[in-house]
Design a protein around this ligand. Structure first.
Ligand SMILES: NC(=O)c1ccc[n+]([C@@H]2O[C@H](COP(=O)([O-])OP(=O)(O)OC[C@H]3O[C@@H](n4cnc5c(N)ncnc54)[C@H](OP(=O)(O)O)[C@@H]3O)[C@@H](O)[C@H]2O)c1
Length: 251
């Protein structure tokens, strides 16, 4: 970044590992100052130390559980006020889980929907208040291809991501007349610790590759992204033509 370019600041919620940590590394390499949030403060501190040493940027960290609704606004506001202006907020926090309908374990589905949907909405709400007050901002939501490609045994996960995509589409129209951008990202399978055996899923990508594509799309202010672009941008338009029996065998 040239010395005449204004410093850009990004907050990543769900930055402690996986895609979120890779997004932090990618943004740091492009000169962004960063606010990193997640529950695991030790992992955040390690990442912050690495990024400050490698890129000489400002990195602030804060422990945040997006399911503790009363904490989301105070924790995020503290960080945003410390930066003054925040250009980009990435809502990346998410969990998954596998269960069979009928096993009585509704609590597992509730945990997933509370984190991926209600937790994300709580973060989006605080980001929007800040963006409206400062007069600009860019909100990025990390959904999933499972918003349109439901995963058998992970109905709550697929439903949470379909609802998040829908929520973000409504938000984008709501703020269309302001200088606020909304990017919805649909990753395919990415080799992280979100679930065991991710490396065996079809077309699995590294978090580094996915993060690079996401940040390229953010800088181009893309509205919707499927990452990695190949092969998912070819698969998604014809998904409805693939019979359920083949889809569930592939997954
Ligand atoms: N991996 C894939 O194949 C894939 C595909 C499509 C979409 N995605 C989406 O991409 C995002 C990142 O996933 P990932 O694969 O990188 O998973 P991951 O490695 O398990 O990372 C998940 C991140 O979310 C944070 N998080 C989870 N629950 C949280 C909570 N209650 N409050 C705050 N932060 C929380 C975690 O931090 P703490 O545990 O420290 O809180 C961690 O930083 C998720 O939204 C996921 O649904 C992943």
């Amino acid at each position: 970044m040239s010395s005449t370019t204004a410093k850009r600041t990004a907050l990543i919620v769900g930055a402690s590992r996986g895609i979120g940590a890779s997004l932090a590394r990618e943004l740091a390499s492009r000169g962004y100052d960063l606010g990193l949030l997640a529950r695991n403060q030790e992992q955040l501190n390690q990442l912050a130390t690495e990024l400050r040493a490698a890129h000489g940027i400002t990195v602030k960290v804060a422990s945040l559980d997006v399911c503790k609704e009363g904490n989301v606004a105070p924790v995020m506001n503290d960080m945003m006020h410390a930066f003054g202006t925040v250009d980009l907020v990435i809502v990346n926090s998410g969990v998954t889980g596998v269960r069979k309908a009928g096993d009585g374990n509704i609590a597992e589905d509730r945990r997933i929907i509370e984190t991926n949907l209600l937790g994300a909405i709580a973060v989006i709400d605080v980001a929007m208040a800040q963006f409206k007050q400062q007069g600009h901002g860019h909100l990025v939501g990390i959904s999933s291809v499972s918003a349109s490609f439901a995963i058998p045994g992970s109905g709550a996960y697929s439903a949470s991501k379909a609802a998040l995509t829908n929520y973000l589409e409504a938000l984008r129209m709501e703020v269309a007349k302001r200088k606020i951008d909304v990017t919805i990202v649909h990753p395919g399978f990415v080799n992280t610790d979100i679930a065991p055996g991710m490396e065996k899923y079809p077309f699995v990508a590294t978090p580094e590759k996915v993060a690079r594509e996401i940040v390229n799309g953010i800088e181009k202010k893309k509205k919707n992204m499927v990452v990695p672009r190949f092969p998912w941008s070819l698969i998604m338009p014809v998904l409805h033509l693939i019979p359920d029996s083949i889809k569930s065998r592939v997954i």
